[in-house]
Design a binder for this molecule. Structure first.
Ligand code: HAM
Length: 449
């Protein structure tokens, strides 16, 4: 295949026939976050490279190996965002959002870019839903953020996903831990990869998430951070667990979770599935109490998470979860001749004005081909317009599910069709066992609620 008709390795398209799935997931996550007080923030796809070097950390795999960095025509070093937190924190500072009532709760749906080896669940362009909560140090906030993720999985019907939590402490307890790690890895120096040898001096904790098999086997035996927590961090971690228990959110403590980004402090967590292959972490997050200061702002405790949308979809598909059907076409108006097509266009416009999905022939096909197309669309009703229908001012409306036909006046079409369509929906609800004593006139006049 020619190069220009092939997408770039590690990227993927969402086709029109599939997009209702991601739209449903996006709506669910945004609605859930709204119930927790989150408002959407939109930030640029690219930022100054330095933001990620300082924020994410220049000894991380993300910064050292995976960033899409380039020089723009003005000579600036620019990077496509590998994640959302750094950009949100930059925006929080730039716009003085710390002056607003805290905590500031912000959520985002973004594309991210990492030059990783593509495989199932690992892309070079992927999408995240993330939430950031800035301006609170309380362990109640940690549990609340985790509860938000838990609710998303509940509302989507996702099962068998394990919440693993850990605490990686503050810079104080990190000093002792780094010392212990340094001693341990120093003794294994001969087997570490080149990048990790550099990390040994600069940030030994990053060796723990090196993807090389030899380094990760060595890392598995390394001292655990939980044994080095100071009293304050240990107490905070205990409280987070108390809140999670009070909220009846099941979790396990996994002392091996350190996360791959440098900004984390205290609580870190991941939601992990075993059903989507090696890339089973669907969501990751934690506290980052030092990041705002690191980027040049006031001391601001904060926390958040991001979930990978592609991994979430993979998991939902693996579990055969339902995605609500897309709204089908309410009416397809087939037409014969230009005059009839003009009338069909008018009727379709009126119905769309009422919020219905109506289509007419914009190709110039035969009536037979138009009806075939209407069938493919899954149209609930069809109607054929020709010269005699226009002359008589009425046409036959066909219910495609039952085959039943009825006459309908063209003059009052929009109103009459709305009634018929609502009636059918109510009948459908009754068939499903719902009682419906709703009066159609109140729906039509918009006075239902
Ligand atoms: P992260 O763990 O690097 O954290 O990414 C979050 C999620 O994005 C992962 O759990 C995964 O589902 C998805 N993800 C990461 N890389 C890829 C990839 N190459 N292909 C497909 N999906 C991927 C962060 O990005 C943090 N900013 C999360 C956070 C927000 N922490 C605090 N606030």
């Amino acid at each position: 295949m020619a190069l220009v008709t092939k997408s770039i390795k590690g990227t993927q398209d969402t086709l029109p026939s599939e997009s209702y799935k991601i739209q449903f997931v996006e709506q669910t996550v945004l609605e859930t976050a709204k119930n927790y007080g989150y408002k959407e923030i939109r930030v640029p796809v690219f930022e100054h490279t330095e933001l990620f070097q300082r924020g994410v950390g220049d000894t991380t795999d993300v910064v050292q190996k995976e960033m899409y960095t380039f020089e723009d025509k003005g000579g600036r070093s620019i990077t496509l965002r590998p994640e959302g937190t750094a950009g949100v924190v930059r925006s929080y500072l730039e716009h003085g959002l710390f002056n607003e009532p805290q905590p500031m709760k912000m959520c985002y749906l973004i594309s991210c870019y990492r030059y990783e080896k593509p495989q199932a669940g690992r892309l070079r362009e992927f999408h995240q839903f993330g939430c950031e909560c800035l301006g609170t140090a309380s362990p109640a906030a940690d549990a609340e953020v985790i509860s938000l993720v838990n609710d998303i999985f509940l509302f989507l019907g996702v099962k068998d996903i394990e919440l693993q939590i850990n605490s990686i402490g503050c810079p104080e307890c990190r000093k002792n831990y780094h010392k212990a790690l340094h001693e341990y890895f120093e003794s294994k120096k001969a087997d570490l990869c080149g990048t990790c040898l550099d990390r040994l001096e600069r940030n030994p904790m990053r060796i723990l998430d090196c993807k090389s098999p030899v380094c990760s086997a060595i890392a598995a035996e390394a001292p655990k951070v939980t044994d080095y927590l100071c009293d304050e961090c240990a107490e905070h971690f205990g409280k987070v667990q108390e809140y999670l228990k009070a909220m009846e959110i099941p979790f396990t403590v996994n002392p091996s979770i350190v996360r791959g980004l440098d900004y984390y402090t205290k609580t870190v967590f991941e939601f992990v599935s075993t059903q989507i292959g090696a890339q089973g972490t669907v969501c990751g997050g934690g506290r980052y109490d030092g990041l705002v200061e690191e980027v040049g702002g006031p001391k601001t405790p904060a926390l958040g998470f991001a979930m990978g949308m592609e991994r979430l979809l993979l998991l939902m598909e693996a579990q055969n979860l339902p995605f609500p059907e897309e709204a089908k076409c309410d009416l397809y108006i087939a037409s014969m001749g230009e005059k009839a097509t003009l009338r069909a266009a008018r009727i379709a416009t009126d119905l769309r004005g009422e919020g219905l999905h109506a289509q007419f022939d914009v190709v110039g096909r035969s009536v037979k081909a138009q009806m075939k197309f209407a069938n493919k669309l899954g149209a609930a009703f069809t109607m054929v317009l020709g010269d005699s229908e226009l002359e008589n001012g009425k046409a036959k409306l066909k219910n495609m599910a039952t085959g039943e036909e009825r006459e309908i006046q063209l003059d009052s079409f929009a109103d009459d069709f709305m009634r018929i369509s609502i009636n059918e929906s109510l009948k459908g609800l009754e068939d499903l066992g719902y009682e419906s004593n709703i009066d159609i006139d109140s729906i039509m006049s918009g006075n239902l609620f």
